[in-house]
Write a protein that binds this ligand. Structure first.
Ligand code: GLC
Length: 421
């Protein structure tokens, strides 16, 4: 079967009636926030209505305070730990109590601009106030002192769970009682491709701490033992701010657009401050201590996705990406190759993820770097042609890693393959 058709079959096979499982093997038996948004881009290639349904279902789980949880548990979640009964979170008790990168507005804008169907437009328009509520929540709960940078309070919120960027902040967290033996992921995927046991102990004990505090938006920022202003999370938010502002203007909400413009202005200034002149790279910080996280992860390249003028302002950032690409067979690695923390097989410590590649391709193009965008697009397609729709890939060998039949890899394949630039 042709690869495009295979990608479509994967999305259909992972469809559980309005939401798409990340994959269907039991590894991820629920609706994940940014997986769903990115899967919707893939659905939109052949079924716009189904694409919108995905986002509607996700926002159906939005909390009254505006937060959109990182997981919604709609069905049997017994193959996953921590499942709904461990989280005990939210008004229905069927979600996690933390969020994930706010890509939704970017995806909704994309769907809004590409549709010619008035009924699809109307459904997307109905989502816009919900998107605004989620951005408001993000700033008020996660940047209560109005610094312009929002903080994450759990590594899972970054979407890049075990990135070396969190090592120091996570090691400073009390490991708590050993709970890693309860994890189920390594029954579905190789342990050496996944986070370690000591990391898992801390992930779970952080959840238990947040649960103890009732996931209260007015409290978690102050009590969270892990608190990081991730440059990647903030860059994705900043891009979404622009998309949300344009959506608000398009649906006639001038006041909302003005409000988001103010968010955008303060975050633009704060991201500019994250530039490290000596290293020629963007770094986030630990907001509990103020320490700069001086490690070159893919997060530090995402300001290219947030700002079309970034490459002109910081040509060294682009040179850095080129130097990474020169050291791998397939780009873009999630951490700088050659560093001691770089592990080409372990999750977010080196492997290539197609969703990040999509963000880079888009950002590079907006920055006028079509050739570099083409290289990353080509590598992405070549990985799937060589290794199928894996969760992530080894940048040195192209080997498929993690789970198989992955929704977001299929979706990104459809989007990048349809592209003619
Ligand atoms: C892992 C990834 C995260 C993703 C989830 C479901 O936790 O790190 O980004 O959303 O799996 O695919």
């Amino acid at each position: 079967m042709e690869l495009k058709q295979q990608a479509i079959e994967i999305l259909r096979g992972n469809d559980r009636g309005g939401y798409t499982l990340p994959n269907a093997t039991g590894l991820y038996p629920a609706q994940w926030n940014w997986d769903s948004c990115l899967a919707a881009l893939g659905w939109a290639q052949f079924d716009e209505s189904r694409a919108v349904a995905e986002i509607e279902m996700l926002f159906g789980g939005q909390w009254p305070d505006g937060m959109v949880p990182h997981i919604l548990f709609h069905g049997d979640d017994s193959s996953y730990f921590p499942n709904a009964s461990v989280w005990q979170a939210g008004p229905t008790g069927r979600s996690s109590g933390i969020t994930q990168p706010l890509v939704a507005a970017t995806i909704v804008r994309h769907l809004f601009e590409h549709t010619s169907d008035p009924s699809i437009r109307a459904r997307l328009t109905a989502l816009v106030p919900k998107l605004l509520a989620s951005h408001r929540w993000c700033y008020s709960a996660r940047d209560p002192h109005a610094s312009g940078l929002v903080s994450i309070i759990h590594p899972w919120e970054s979407g890049m769970d075990n990135s070396p960027l969190w090592d120091d902040a996570l090691n400073a967290v009390e490991p708590g009682r050993p709970v890693a033996h309860l994890r189920k992921d390594i029954g579905f995927a190789a342990a050496e491709h996944r986070p370690t046991g000591p990391q898992y102990d801390r992930y779970i004990n952080l959840v238990i701490k947040l649960r103890h505090d009732g996931y209260r938006p007015d409290r978690v920022y102050d009590v969270a033992p892990f608190r990081v202003a991730d440059i990647g999370f903030n860059a994705i938010l900043q891009r979404a701010n622009q998309d949300l502002r344009l959506l608000l203007a398009a649906v006639g909400d001038g006041a909302g657009a003005g409000e988001v413009a103010a968010m955008e202005k303060s975050t633009a200034a704060a991201i500019a401050q994250c530039w490290h002149e000596e290293d020629g790279f963007f770094y986030g910080l630990e907001t509990r201590t103020g320490a700069t996280i001086r490690k070159p992860g893919i997060q530090g390249l995402l300001p290219l996705f947030a700002d079309a003028g970034m490459a002109t302002r910081h040509p060294r950032l682009v040179e850095r990406l080129e130097s990474w690409l020169a050291r791998v067979a397939y780009g873009a690695p999630s951490f700088e190759p050659g560093r001691p923390e770089f592990e080409p097989q372990r999750y977010w410590r080196g492997p290539v993820w197609l969703i990040v590649n999509w963000m880079l391709v888009d950002g590079l193009r907006h920055n006028g770097l079509a050739d570099l965008a083409r290289r990353i697009r080509r590598d992405s397609l070549a990985l799937v042609e060589r290794a199928g729709f894996a969760e992530y890939f080894n940048p040195l060998t192209g080997e498929p890693l993690g789970g198989s039949g992955f929704s977001w890899t299929a979706a990104m394949y459809l989007v990048l393959a349809a592209d003619t630039e």
